[in-house]
Design a protein around this ligand. Structure first.
Ligand code: TXA
Ligand code: MG
Length: 349
């Protein structure tokens, strides 16, 4: 039923008749119509804003790569509105997949599975697998339902930049390159979903997110993390897209304080050389002395730190800050995902 509908290309072509810039959430019908007509529209999810297109429309998918400046070898996530959706996207839904779905959907877990036959090469960047997620966000779910098709949705940012966690950030990065933005609240989690690849054994976490390794292991005890694999296996999986592309970087130089080795990526002393009026600090505690900093953001807990990190990066760029120092946190729970994003942002390339 779905399949034949997806293949029906005689949907109304109304993109040009619809105002395409900023859409309030009561205009989801318009957003869905733009997508059904082959357009691309950003929308909120519980993790970050996504840039949505009809997952069955290869031309629309290509526009997403173009708008983001995304390398064509980095595949997209397909978003479904209900658990049944995954059976139409994946070739098979293994018992492990079913357990994970049951435990964590809707929510910030993306599962890489063998791809169904209709899923285009462009979407999967030529891989035999497809990444699928059911978001836990009423606006996202309603948009997918109204569009009547699953949506591809990478994070709504220019490639390599911090993910957009507010509609304003999406507008800054993508205005004029996309057809619309559904303007919801700032996102609740602030970091992208956990990505787990179950096409190989043992299942492997490719990207850390709010669903922690410990939580995954409680459901599937043999799940490992990419960094914990050794030798050939890791080399093979490191070839997996997304683990090799530049990510999360603001224009300012990012440094990390408080690691055992004191610093990783850039050194704090180099950052220190910058003028206090162009330095910013973010962490769970306050730096000492405070007079050394133009901006100090002290978060109440790790959840808040994760939620605000990307918008902090963007705000600092707007203020012309040259050096951002991020205080490290213990790598437990969402702390692991947070440290992953901070460390990647701190690597010069
Ligand atoms: O939270 C999220 O996941 C957000 C929201 C919008 O849902 N989306 C998101 O999409 O972060 P994106 O495209 O920025 O990240 C998708 C990640 C990339 O690291 C990509 O390489 C990986 O998923 N991925 C997608 N398909 C894959 C596949 N078949 N095999 C391995 N990795 C895959
Ligand atoms: Mg992204």
């Amino acid at each position: 039923m779905w399949r034949s509908r997806w293949n029906d290309r005689n949907w109304e072509r109304r993109v040009s008749e619809i105002e395409t810039s900023l859409l309030s959430i009561d205009r989801l019908g318009d957003a869905a119509a733009i997508i059904a007509a082959g357009g691309i529209v950003a929308f909120p999810t519980e993790t970050v804003y996504g840039l949505g297109a009809d997952a069955t429309n290869a031309a629309a998918i290509l526009r997403i790569f173009e708008a983001k400046g995304r390398p064509s070898d980095n595949p997209l996530i397909v978003h479904v509105a209900d658990v049944e959706g995954v059976f139409r996207v994946a070739k098979e839904v293994s018992p492990i997949a079913q357990k994970l779905i049951h435990a964590f959907w809707p929510g910030p877990l993306t599962i890489v599975m063998p791809k169904g036959e209709w899923v285009s090469e462009v979407l999967c960047a030529g891989l035999p697998s497809v990444a699928v997620r059911m978001p836990k966000h009423s606006v996202a779910i309603e948009l997918i339902r109204r569009a009547g098709v699953p949506l591809v949705a990478p994070s709504a940012n220019r490639s390599g930049r911090p993910s957009g966690t507010t509609w304003e950030a999406v507008q800054d990065d993508l205005s004029g390159r996309i057809d619309g933005i559904v303007c919801g609240e700032p996102t609740e989690l602030g970091l992208e979903s956990t990505v787990i690849d179950i096409t190989q054994s043992p299942p492997c976490v490719l990207r850390h997110g709010a669903i922690s390794l410990t939580a995954l292991q409680a459901v599937c005890p043999d799940v490992v993390s990419l960094e914990d694999l050794k030798g050939v296996e890791q080399v093979r999986l490191r070839k997996s897209p997304g683990t090799r592309h530049r990510h999360y970087q603001p224009h300012a130089r990012v440094m990390v304080a408080g690691l055992k080795t004191e610093v990783m990526g850039n050194t704090l002393s180099e950052g220190w050389a910058s003028n206090p009026s162009s330095r910013a600090w973010i962490g769970l505690s306050s730096p000492n002395p405070v007079s050394d900093w133009r901006i100090i953001q002290v978060c109440e807990n790790v959840d808040e730190y994760a939620r605000v990190l990307f918008s902090f990066f963007r705000e600092m760029d707007r203020l012309g800050i040259e050096a951002i120092v991020c205080e490290s946190v213990p790598e437990v729970g969402i702390g692991r995902a947070l440290m992953d994003r901070i460390l990647r942002a701190s690597v010069d390339e």
